[in-house]
Write a protein that binds this ligand. Structure first.
Ligand SMILES: *[C@@H]1O[C@H](CO)[C@@H](O)[C@H](O)[C@H]1NC(C)=O
Ligand SMILES: *[C@@H]1O[C@H](CO)[C@@H](O)[C@H](O)[C@H]1NC(C)=O
Ligand SMILES: *[C@@H]1O[C@H](CO)[C@@H](O)[C@H](O)[C@H]1NC(C)=O
Ligand SMILES: *[C@@H]1O[C@H](CO)[C@@H](O)[C@H](O)[C@H]1NC(C)=O
Ligand SMILES: *[C@@H]1O[C@H](CO)[C@@H](O)[C@H](O)[C@H]1NC(C)=O
Ligand SMILES: *[C@@H]1O[C@H](CO)[C@@H](O)[C@H](O)[C@H]1NC(C)=O
Length: 488
């Protein structure tokens, strides 16, 4: 059975348990890191681990040992420095209990100073600059990853290492002596290296953990709004991927207003990408877009007065002379403006074929007379737009076009209007005023919750019933210092 199918089953079974889940556990953006994504992150971590272990200093080792022909010898190894490390094979595997990382065939070279002294000679004698090679080491880590009050909690659950061989190369001196030293120190060096690596990795993991905990719970979208990226529900570990779910709705930048409770849906399954080689899948429910729409609507951002349009003749009653003769008769050659006001938040709908929105707008025609603004008629429009969804950097951006629109007269002070005459003018206003305005905003886009320093690459967008999935590879920009410093 395909691992993805297993994941699907796992999530479905979790869903049954959460069928009556509280709104606070609802997830509208979910993320799936595939095996390829885990491999990518693992490789990055292994490289960082190696660079942090290079020039690692191990504590001094002191020991008295009995060596044939010499009797009791007192030995000190000091300035033990790891100067090279090689990790030819490594592997990452998510398991139910955690994420398992295994590095094998690891070898490292150490340099150190040796001192020895023994009673019968005058000593101590100093020998320095020797090399030790530790070979065939295996290091296995199990990382626990869970959701702790909306943040990710990463714990080193288990760290195990074993060493196959320690080679000690000593230059000069008497080999009969050195063999004794080698025998006495092999085990000690082995465990010193193991301890040092384990300790360093433990520190690295706990730094990574603090970094994950410090990730903001909201991603600013603009001055006004943020995306709530608080983690909800358990981290989903299958044998080929790790899944996260976040609240994902738009919130006021300062979080002072509660989100409208419009969307009581069950937790959505992450969409499965058609291309399983992609590293990452991010799924956004249409509720994310609708929460943005509700938020901007409540904040009165969806009302504006238009006094500049490409066809400026439409802003003078003379331009409407043949369309609404009564208007021209009552206010000849008057300037006009258009008051565009959404009558409800735009409703975003995503289906297998398209992303679209239904927009309900009241367009009031105002006539300007000296200092007065005289509303003369109001037309209700229902605009059906559909859009293209694209990735720009780490942002999901959109562009909409007009599919269709309907109109009706809401009220008029200039008699009944002949809607069929008005329609071409409305079409022009929608095409030249409304859509460019909408596209300017949609073009800025929605930042996807991606850790700083990583960028989406070769992203593919898949629309499905009520959600959008972004299936993508990621690249890491080395210049980002946060992540580089993580485990050093
Ligand atoms: C963000 O989402 C979390 C989890 O769903 C929720 O508890 C919290 O109230 C949300 N924050 C805001 C400001 O709505
Ligand atoms: C300790 O080892 C490092 C690296 O091999 C070397 O650069 C340094 O000189 C050594 N220090 C002493 C006091 O031997
Ligand atoms: C590491 O040690 C091995 C065995 O002593 C040696 O063959 C190898 O050249 C050393 N590597 C470096 C980079 O010093
Ligand atoms: C929102 O937060 C910003 C920055 O912390 C602050 O300057 C601003 O006054 C806050 N606004 C409200 C309404 O709390
Ligand atoms: C699937 O994604 C991988 C990695 O981005 C890419 O190399 C490959 O060409 C894609 N395959 C198809 C059929 O698009
Ligand atoms: C614009 O029209 C709306 C009703 O559609 C009205 O509530 C609002 O006051 C008008 N704004 C201006 C500036 O005339």
């Amino acid at each position: 059975m395909s691992p993805f199918f297993l994941l699907l089953l796992l999530i479905s079974s979790l869903n049954l348990g959460h069928a009556q889940s509280q709104p606070k556990n609802q997830a509208f953006i979910s993320m799936l890191i595939t095996q390829n994504g885990l491999d990518f992150v693992k490789q990055l971590l292994v490289e960082k681990a190696i660079s942090s272990l290079i020039s690692l200093q191990l504590p001094n080792i002191e020991k008295s040992t009995k060596i044939p022909l010499m009797g009791n010898v007192y030995l000190v190894l000091s300035n033990i420095t790891m100067y090279r490390m090689d990790v030819p094979f490594s592997n990452v595997k998510p398991k139910e209990t955690g994420i398992f990382i295994l590095a094998s065939g690891v070898s490292c070279n150490l340099s150190m100073n040796w001192y020895y002294s023994y009673s019968t000679w005058l000593g101590p004698v100093r020998i320095s600059d020797h090399e030790v090679q530790v070979e065939g080491m295996e290091v296995g880590l199990t990382l626990g990853l869970k959701n702790q009050e909306g943040s990710l909690d990463l714990k080193l659950k288990d760290c195990d290492s074993n060493v196959k061989d320690v080679f000690i190369k000593l230059d000069g001196g008497a080999s009969w002596l050195y063999q004794g030293i080698v025998d006495a120190f092999e085990g000690i060096i082995e465990s010193a290296v193991k301890n040092a690596i384990t300790k360093k990795l433990g520190k690295g993991i706990s730094k990574l953990d603090s970094y994950l905990k410090s990730l903001p719970k909201e991603v600013p979208v603009d001055d006004h709004s943020s995306l709530n990226v608080t983690f909800v529900n358990d981290v989903l570990l299958s044998d080929s991927s790790v899944g996260f779910q976040t609240n994902g709705l738009f919130i006021e930048r300062n979080g002072s207003l509660p989100i409208l409770n419009l969307f009581h849906k069950n937790t959505k399954l992450p969409i499965l990408c058609t291309n399983l080689s992609k590293m990452l899948a991010i799924t956004l429910d249409e509720a994310v877009f609708n929460s943005a729409s509700a938020l901007y609507y409540d904040a009165k951002f969806m009302h504006w007065i238009v006094d500049q349009i490409p066809d400026q003749s439409l802003l003078n009653t003379a331009g409407w002379r043949f369309i609404i003769p009564q208007l021209y008769k009552k206010y000849p050659n008057h300037k006009m403006n258009l008051n565009i006001s959404f009558s409800s938040p735009p409703l975003v709908e995503i289906s297998n074929h398209k992303a679209g929105a239904n927009v309900f707008v009241d367009l009031t025609i105002d006539v300007l007379e000296e200092d007065k603004v005289i509303p003369v008629a109001c037309i209700s429009l229902v605009i059906q737009a559909s859009g293209l969804v694209k990735i720009n950097g780490n942002n999901l951006v959109g562009a909409v076009r007009l599919d269709d629109f309907g109109m009706s007269l809401k009220w008029s002070n200039v008699g009944n209007l002949r809607m069929y005459l008005i329609q071409p003018a409305m079409w022009a206003i929608i095409e030249t005023v409304f859509l460019p305005y909408a596209n300017e905003h949609l073009g800025k886009g929605l930042p996807l919750p991606i850790i700083h320093g990583f960028t989406l690459q070769d992203a593919e967008i898949i629309l499905s019933m009520s959600s959008v999935a972004v299936c993508s590879d990621v690249a890491y920009t080395e210049s980002n210092e946060h992540f580089v410093k993580l485990i050093e």
